[in-house]
Design a protein around this ligand. Sequence first.
Ligand SMILES: [Fe+2]
Length: 121
Amino acid sequence: MHQHHRTETQRQESRLHERLEALGADTPARKEAQTIGSALLKGAADRLRTDKPGKNARDGYVTEHMEIASCELLERLANRAGDTETAEVARTNRAEEEEMARKIAADWDRGSRTSRQKRQE
Ligand SMILES: [Fe+2]
């Protein structure tokens, strides 16, 4: 699940980077896309930083929702600027983030059970 999303994240960053190249300097959509690109890379690097599955799931869930919010903002900025290509990239990326958040949410029991078992060790 995480390796798949890591690959998705790299594709998302690549799609954003292509839009950065296409956008002019100092447009609101460009600044937002740049911020999201940096956040995506940081989020991927921070993932799985502990051996506590429950905490990792919680942090991952929060990260995915931060990414969803960022994509939502970018899509709206791009739409206001008439930049349909960047809006489409934001929509595509957001759909992947929403899917990852759903996968984490479907797996809460495994994360919490494993954390409890680890405390008993
Ligand atoms: Fe993500």
